[in-house]
Design a protein around this ligand. Structure first.
Ligand SMILES: Cc1cc2nc3c(=O)[nH]c(=O)nc-3n(C[C@H](O)[C@H](O)[C@H](O)COP(=O)(O)OP(=O)(O)OC[C@H]3O[C@@H](n4cnc5c(N)ncnc54)[C@H](O)[C@@H]3O)c2cc1C
Length: 326
């Protein structure tokens, strides 16, 4: 990191490589660059890392994986990465779905935390403005300005377009990508005698996915459920109050689980405005000719954690090739 200076109250800092977003795409990209001796700076608007690989903990000790439910690994590269995470105790198998799948342990975001180790991540740092400069890119936050020779943006596609502006040629190049929302209910019940299933996938129903989160390995021993509304229902109800949505989804869940709503000791809802990729870009990333701006994330390849990781790796490989060619 090159030292920062203060100009007009805003801290200015210049670095070689910046990455917006510490989800799986950003973390994967950064860790490859770091292994090659670079020190990328990650700017992340959230308090934690992992993005949609997310875990919510309540004061009462309940825990919910309210984003990605599990991961699957199809490519050898990602399989190796997952094996390393299992070796570090950050992932394990869960047979609560219709097949054996991989989950983070003791929480989905544990995998992201391991990948984040040793990286320079500026949390609670939301980039509000992006500008091209003669020698790279300038990313402004509420109280700082970062200048980067090369910049990687891994925010969901609509947010990436928002940062670049619709007139930007790369925003135009990714304009066909479509993402859908997802309302997610997190609920815990006291005195639940009967557990009818550990997960239920019903893509055509309004409650499209229901999982007993506490049946995943390493979770607190509570009857904690995660429920995802379908993309259609979520889109139609997107702007409703979270408490209102939680109550409606809870009542429906109670009907399915045959439990009295009064047994609920926790019920809250999270609105994922950009949850899943419906129409991916079809290539692992998008970049400008100069190789100073890269755009990537799951939206390049599909609605899966593996897609995010693959995009992040492809960006790192291309960026290193660009630097080596100079
Ligand atoms: C409800 C739900 C269920 C899912 N289920 C599964 C599943 O079971 N299996 C599976 O494989 N995948 C699942 N997915 C998809 C999976 O979570 C994503 O594909 C993957 O996590 C995306 O990673 P990413 O790095 O591309 O994006 P993200 O995880 O979204 O990371 C982008 C990061 O950029 C940050 N950011 C955005 N804008 C800014 C800004 N202006 N300034 C600073 N930071 C910014 C965000 O805070 C975020 O941390 C699910 C997703 C959701 C929401």
């Amino acid at each position: 990191m090159r030292p920062g200076i203060t100009i007009g109250g805003a801290l200015m800092e210049r670095n070689a490589i910046g990455i917006i977003g510490a989800g799986l795409a950003g973390l994967c990209c950064a860790s490859i660059l770091q292994k090659r001796g670079y020190t990328p700076v990650l700017l992340e608007k959230g308090r934690g890392v992992g993005g949609r690989l997310a875990t919510r903990r309540t004061d009462a000790g309940f825990q919910f994986d309210h984003g990605a439910q599990y991961i699957t690994a199809r490519t050898p590269d990602f399989r190796n990465a997952v094996a390393r995470l299992i070796g570090k105790g950050a992932a394990g198998t869960w047979s609560g779905a219709d097949r054996e799948v991989i989950v983070g342990t003791p929480s989905m975001n544990a995998m992201a935390k391991v990948l984040a180790g040793g990286l320079d991540i500026r949390r609670k740092t939301r980039v509000t403005d992006l500008r091209a400069e003669e020698n790279g890119w300038r990313a402004a936050t509420a109280d700082s300005v970062f200048q980067f020779d090369r910049l990687v943006v891994t925010a969901p596609q609509p947010q990436t377009v928002g940062l670049l502006g619709v007139e930007h040629p790369l925003a135009n190049a990714i304009s066909a990508v479509r993402m859908s929302p997802c309302w997610t209910l997190m609920a815990t019940f006291a005195d639940q005698q009967e557990i009818p299933f550990t997960s239920r996938s019903a893509p055509d129903s309004y409650l499209a996915w229901i999982a007993l989160n506490s049946s995943k390995p390493g979770r607190p021993d509570t009857n904690s459920w995660v429920v995802q509304a379908s993309a259609d229902w979520s889109a139609r109800n997107l702007e409703r109050e979270a408490d209102d949505v939680a109550q409606e989804m809870l009542l429906r869940l109670c009907g399915i689980l045959r439990i009295e709503p009064s047994n609920a000791v926790h019920a809250s809802a999270h609105r994922w405005r950009y949850a899943r990729v419906e129409e991916p870009l079809g290539t692992p990333f998008c970049r400008n000719d100069a190789g100073t701006l890269y755009l990537g994330g799951d939206w390049c390849l599909g609605a899966r954690v593996e897609a995010a990781w693959t995009s992040g790796k492809a960006i790192a490989d291309d960026l290193l090739g660009e630097i080596d060619a100079r």
